[in-house]
Design a protein around this ligand. Sequence first.
Ligand code: IMP
Length: 197
Amino acid sequence: MKDIMIATGNPNKVREYREMLEPLGYKVHDLSEIEHIEVEETGDTFEANALIKAFSVNRSVNMMTIADDSGLEITCLNNEPGIHSARYLAGHDYAYKNRVLIERVRGAADRSARFVCAIALVEGEKKARTFVGVMEGEIAEEPRGNNGFGYDPIFLVPQYGMTSAQLTPEQKNSISHRGQATRALLAYLNEKNEETA
Ligand code: IMP
């Protein structure tokens, strides 16, 4: 079995990666197994921040490392909250953050927005690649739906005419930024497996 480290403190992400990677023959490790590493996300793109996280952790472990970074870009707000999505209006819950964003977008001619996810895979000190997924949509007039998390209730998915919080997890995964980036990562790992088989 090959070892792979998931560089995230989010247990849901660890579980999802474990479900996808174990069938490919990977033994999935997470940050609870190593000493805490403080990582400053100083990059100005999702890809840069994913790489910073993956490289920082990879220096302490002797195995391939995955990290991801994601967020919501709103065109008429200069792509805010963007890479600051997790920290935007820190201390407030998402019901509040979502109301604020709807107010900020009210009246805008262009309500377009996108969720972006970058996954970085570090295979060695100088060997890394990133996989990026983008889901295009619009900011809804009102929050709707109880599935998903974060900004899902205000993100309108045009092909469904629903917010991503109204989609089932399967529907969301099949089109989402994270689903796309993950499938690209898995395709790469599969190819790699076949080469070394
Ligand atoms: P991180 O990728 O853990 O740094 O978190 C990114 C932040 O972007 C999350 O805390 C959410 O606020 C937001 N975000 C990323 N992906 C999604 C999504 O699929 N739905 C809703 N919000 C998301």
